[in-house]
Structure formats: structure tokens, C-alpha cells
Design a binder for this molecule. Structure first.
Ligand SMILES: [Zn+2]
Length: 256
């Protein structure tokens, strides 16, 4: 007998629906809060909500089967993915704070161009943000306004090195600091592994790649739900949902 065709199964489906809705209540509430506060853009939230609800629909249609159980586990994992969205919100807040701090530095430089601290602070902020060109501009401005110094020359050299390393995609070994060529798997100097699993994911992290990922996740999920409703093979539906799950988690992770 296919699930959903008897009164007993209908009760089971209702229980499954209630349980699944309870599970997503907290992450839903948290992400909605961030959306209302304006700390995230609507895109991540929309994708996340769609995926959560899609999995709930999948669970209800496949309840009572091994697949339904698998979907339940995946929904449980997805509930924790709101932390990625939270990380995005924190990054946005950090961006805003940095922008305010830099504006303050600019204002201080305008008022008293010979003071050193606004330059130092601006350079530190830009460097942390990996905005090396902008950091170099501050150093150059200091040299023009105040005069050259050995310290500023060192800072400038370091910034130019960082800029060049980034331009050529050099992998700097975190262990010994050796600069390895772009595709290096291990450090030429000390043999430390340089290939990170995130390297592969980072390749998708362009705006285009992210759009494709979220679209893939949702398309697979919708296909999974439709096939589950028409009673297609459980394995096929399972594969679609696992694909949807992976694509959505990768998307949320990369956005964060
Ligand atoms: Zn090394």
C-alpha cells in the first residue's frame, strides 16, 4: 500500500507535518528577524525559506518510507544552516562598521593631514579587509602629506607583496610562509598540504555560480516533490533531494 492512501497514513502525514513545522519554527523565526532588522538581503532568506518548506513538503509526501526518514534528517541539518545566514548578517554589520571607521579616518585626515594615527588605522582596516590598493593609497597619501619614513616603506612593501600574491593567485603556506605557485597541492618548502576542500567550493563562489547553485537546489527540490507526489521510485526522489540539500547548503555556506 502506498503511504497516504489510508486514514492511518493520513494521521501519520499530519503528525509528520506538525513535527516538520515545529523543527523549522526556530530557524524561520531567526532568519525572519534578521530580514526585518535589515541585516541580510532578501535573497538568502527567500532561498532558505523555500528550501525548508520544500523539505517539509517532501517529508509529508514520503512519510512512512525510508526516504521520509532521510528527508527528516536532512531537514534537521538544514535547520542549523541558519547559522550561515547569521554569519552573512554579521559580515554585513562588520562592513558597515568598517565603512564608518574609514569615513572617520578620512575626516580626521582632512582636518589634520599631519597626524599619523588616522593613516595607521585606515591602513589596518583596509588590510584586514584585503583591500590592498586602498591601503596603498593611504600610505602614499601619508608619504605625500607628512614625509617618508622607513616604517612606511616597510608597510608599503608588504602591501605590494600581498597585492602581487593575490594577483598571481599565489598560495602562501600558513606553516612557513613560503609563496607557492597557484595550483600547488603541497608547500614546496615544508611539504604542508595546501589543497583545502573549500578550494573546490570557492570556485563556485562567483555571483553567477551562486545564482546557479541556488537555482539548482530549488529545481532539484521541486522535481523531487513532484516525483514524490506522483509516486515515482523512492531512490530517484532521494537522489534529487540529496542533490537539493547539497546545493542549498553549499549556497548558504558560500554566501556567508
Ligand atoms: Zn610551508
Amino acid at each position: 500500500m502506498y503511504p497516504g492512501t489510508t486514514a492511518e497514513a493520513a494521521v501519520g502525514n499530519t503528525v509528520a507535518l506538525m513535527l516538520a513545522l515545529l523543527m523549522i519554527a526556530y530557524p524561520f523565526y531567526r532568519v525572519l528577524g534578521m530580514l526585518v532588522e535589515g541585516t541580510i538581503e532578501g535573497v538568502e532568506a527567500t532561498v532558505y525559506f523555500a528550501v525548508l518548506l520544500g523539505f517539509v513538503a517532501g517529508i509529508v509526501t514520503t512519510w512512512g518510507t525510508a526516504l521520509g526518514f532521510l528527508l527528516f534528517l536532512m531537514l534537521g541539518a538544514l535547520c542549523f544552516a541558519y547559522r550561515f545566514i547569521q554569519a552573512t548578517a554579521e559580515r554585513h554589520a562588520m562592513d558597515r562598521m568598517d565603512a564608518e571607521d574609514l569615513a572617520e579616518c578620512d575626516a580626521a585626515i582632512e582636518r589634520a593631514p599631519a597626524l599619523k594615527w588616522p593613516y595607521d588605522r585606515a591602513v589596518a582596516i583596509c588590510r584586514r579587509r584585503e583591500e590592498y590598493e586602498r591601503a596603498i593609497e593611504y600610505v602614499e597619501r601619508y608619504v605625500t602629506e607628512v614625509g617618508d619614513s622607513a616604517e612606511m616603506q616597510r608597510v608599503l612593501e608588504r602591501l605590494k607583496t600581498l597585492l602581487r600574491q593575490r594577483a598571481v593567485g599565489a598560495k602562501v603556506c600558513p606553516e612557513c610562509g613560503t609563496e607557492n605557485y597557484a595550483g600547488a597541492g603541497i608547500c614546496l618548502q615544508c611539504g604542508r598540504s595546501l589543497a583545502l576542500p573549500s578550494d573546490l567550493l570557492a570556485g563556485c563562489a562567483t555571483e553567477m555560480g551562486l545564482k546557479a547553485l541556488s537555482a539548482t537546489g530549488i529545481t532539484l527540490m521541486v522535481a523531487g516533490i513532484v516525483l514524490a507526489i506522483v509516486g515515482a521510485d523512492g531512490l530517484l526522489v532521494g537522489v534529487l533531494f540529496v542533490g537539493a540539500f547539497s546545493a542549498s547548503v553549499a549556497y548558504l555556506y558560500l554566501r556567508s
